[in-house]
Design a protein around this ligand. Structure first.
Ligand code: NAD
Length: 272
């Protein structure tokens, strides 16, 4: 756990999919920075409440609430923002983290599996970004808490640039996040809204448990990571809290890869 700090004091952050894995670690890391946190969950009510309790106990000054919402549903995302604003006053940071995988060979992929992944991983990101931008523009600058009008962080993946056979719906959803994020940067940078992607590599969570829970799976993963360590959610939490803070103020419209070097094509190490 990172040391308690106050880089996000008096700011409010929504973290989607925060009842588990990377979202949980991000919510805790931002909470540790003194922010108020909305712990969004889809199915894990009890887990979300545990995350919120943890934040209230460990934060220097931040408060936390939970909110159930399916990020792919427009009215539910709007309700989450309305609740956040009525409870905490505004939204300063949105970490759109929720994401799913439904894997099939492309020629066997049912339309529902394609659509569901696009709905959660891409439309969900659009809806959260749109509601964030609406609130940032309406609320105006709060110079006392941040140099930026607001910050949006999309949880992408190394698969925003690495093709992934058998996972084309997931890779397509993450690839699209580059253009969503960069278009937001171009459109709203002049208003001092910052928008960036975090692209995790292999991080030990539920989403890939079937791989890291076997010896062969772990070895296969390590073969793709030059740094020879499988990531943990806290690796992403610490980057997210920095990226949400003014320490990274001049970073806008880019992807931060947090992957132990996975995007350096380790398969070429001995095949030059
Ligand atoms: P995870 O399964 O623990 O987390 C995903 C979270 O999203 C869960 O809490 C789940 O309940 C929530 N969720 C699913 N559908 C939702 C919906 N419709 N509305 C709201 N919440 C919903 O897995 P994770 O690894 O922590 O994944 C978090 C993000 O990180 C995802 O976007 C994933 O694509 C991305 N990512 C993970 C890895 C990795 O190796 N673990 C690598 C790259 C990117």
């Amino acid at each position: 756990m990172q040391k308690p700090n106050k880089r996000l004091e008096n700011q409010t952050c929504i973290v989607t999919g925060a009842s588990s894995g990377i979202g949980e670690a991000v919510a805790k890391a931002l909470g540790t920075e003194g922010a108020n946190i909305v712990v969004n969950y889809h199915s894990g009510k009890e887990e979300a409440e545990e995350v919120a309790d943890w934040i209230e106990k460990n934060s220097t000054c931040g408060k936390a609430i939970t909110f159930k919402c399916d990020v792919s549903k427009e009215n539910e995302v709007q309700d989450m923002f309305a609740k956040t604003i009525s409870h905490f006053g505004t939204v300063d940071v949105c970490v759109a983290n929720a994401g799913i995988q439904i894997d099939h060979a492309l020629h066997e992929m049912p339309l529902e599996a394609w659509q569901k992944v696009i709905d959660v991983n891409l439309t969900g990101q659009f809806l959260c970004a749109r509601e964030s931008i609406r609130e940032f523009l309406k609320r105006g600058m709060r110079k006392e808490v941040s140099k930026s009008l607001g910050k949006i962080i999309h949880m992408s993946s190394v698969h925003e640039i690495i093709p992934w056979a058998g996972h084309s719906n997931y890779a397509a959803s993450k690839g699209a996040l580059i253009m969503l994020m960069q278009s937001i940067c171009q459109e709203y940078g002049p208003k001092k809204i910052r928008c960036n992607n975090i692209a995790p590599g292999a991080i030990k969570t539920e989403i890939n448990k079937d791989v890291w829970s076997t010896k062969e799976g772990r070895e296969g993963m390590l073969g793709l990571i030059p740094y020879k360590r499988i990531g943990v959610p806290e690796d992403i939490g610490s980057v997210a809290s920095w990226l949400a803070s003014d320490e990274s103020e001049y970073i806008n419209g880019t992807t931060i890869f947090v992957d132990g070097g996975m995007t350096c094509y380790p398969g070429f190490t001995v095949n030059g």
